[in-house]
Structure formats: C-alpha cells, structure tokens
Design a protein. Structure first.
Length: 243
C-alpha cells in the first residue's frame, strides 16, 4: 500500500539521488551475506528482516559487525573482518555468474526523471555497485550509468548510513541544494540518512517493509516506483498516485 500523500515541504524538488541495491537492482548482496555465514552461524538465521534492519545500506565492515552482533556471536568484533571478506568473495562470484537484474519499474522511473530534465545521482556504499550497473541498459538504449550526472558509489567516506555524508556528497556534485533533492531508498538506514541531510526520502518497500521505512521518516513509501505521481513530481512535489 502506498502513501496517499506526503508531509508538506518548503522546497521544490529539482533532482533525484538513488541507492542501488533494492532500489535500482535486484542484486545478490543479501544472498552473499547469508551464504558467507557458513561456519560463523546458521545461515537460516540471516533473514531478510535482519538484512534490512542491520546490513542494508551500510558499508561492508559496518554491516558485517552489525549482522554478527544481531545474531548474538560473542566474538563479533573479531570475526567481522573475516566475515566481510567472505561475503565480498561470494558476492563477486554471484555477480560473475550473472545473478543481478534491474527492476523494470526503476528503469521506467529513471527514464521519466530524465524526461523531466532533472539531474540525477547514484549513491551506494557498495564498492560493487558500478560493476553491477554497468551492463544494464535503459529502454532508450542508453546505459543505466549514463543517466546519472554524479556517481558517489563505493567512495571511501568517513561515515556510512545513517549518516548523510554520501547523499550530501551526491547533492554537492549535482550542484543542487540538499533541500531540493529526493533520495530513493529501500533501507531504514538510508531513509534516516536522507532525512538527516535535509532531503526528501522516498521509501521503496519491495519486501513488505513499508512500516519500517515510514518509522525511519520516509516522506512517501511505495511498493513500486510506478506508484510515484510523475505529474506531481514535475511540479517538485513527492506524491503517490491516487489509488
């Protein structure tokens, strides 16, 4: 279920910033984290809820520590670096095997934003984000990466989400004030980061987790990006399409 409307905003939106995993791409990050748990804990304990709450949107080292801590490992801090390395190796193998797909609604949404003439940025803490996006083509034939005027993926930053550093960097490189940007995110940590940076937060609840995105402060939550009202967005307002 999508939100009928959003909280009033003072600033007109003029630009979009996109997370990658769970927003633009159905990537194998969650699968890699789960499979890399073998030898640390029961992989079946690493549920989608654990992934979304503890790992999604965070830098790899932070996610590894958060996951092992949430799963109750007493030596989580010592084991986290090894777990993070195993996850990266598994992720690279899955990417090589072609276990990455784009969400069709996301590609349509990116094309629609392009048609508005708005600048867009992509901003993911994953150092694999560019590799995963590079083969993806839009319906127009252009490469997905070519749609973005700024790319803040995989940067070595001081702080990970929910700190807003990555989104503020993206806005700066777009040369658009944060208050005029919306951020499309699927994880509570990303929603919190967008709000902390003074940006509108668009929650994409593909996993039935709308409540957690709203609780994190999302201005609008949709199950699919097709549910964003483009006529309203053209006027700088983040709204859902009427039911």
């Amino acid at each position: 279920m999508r939100d009928a409307q959003t909280a009033p905003r003072q600033q007109r939106l003029l630009a979009g910033i996109f997370d990658v995993d769970g927003v633009l791409l159905a990537s194998p990050h969650e699968r890699a984290w789960r499979e890399a748990l073998q030898g640390f804990a029961d992989p079946d304990c690493f549920t989608t809820a654990v992934y979304q709450a503890e790992v999604a949107g965070r830098p790899r080292a932070d996610g590894a520590l958060a996951a092992l801590t949430a799963l109750g490992l007493p030596d989580a801090a010592q084991q986290a670096p090894v777990y993070a390395e195993r996850k990266q190796a598994r992720l690279e193998a899955l990417i090589h095997a072609g276990a990455v797909a784009a969400f069709p609604d996301a590609l349509r949404f990116v094309e629609a934003i392009r048609a508005l003439g708005w600048p867009m940025a992509v901003a993911s803490s994953s150092k694999n984000a560019n590799q995963m996006m590079r083969p993806i083509r839009l319906d127009s034939g252009a490469g997905l990466l070519d749609a973005f005027a700024a790319n803040a993926c995989g940067r070595d930053l001081r702080h990970g989400k929910p700190d807003p550093e990555i989104f503020l960097l993206a806005a700066s490189e777009l040369k658009v004030e944060p208050a005029h940007c919306f951020v499309a995110e699927d994880a509570p940590a990303g929603i919190e980061a967008a709000r902390a940076g003074g940006m509108a937060a668009l929650g994409v609840a593909r996993l039935g987790d709308a409540a957690s995105l709203r609780a994190a402060g999302a201005d609008l939550v949709v199950k699919t990006l097709d549910d964003v009202a483009m006529d309203e967005l053209a006027h700088g307002r983040l709204r859902g399409r009427p039911a």
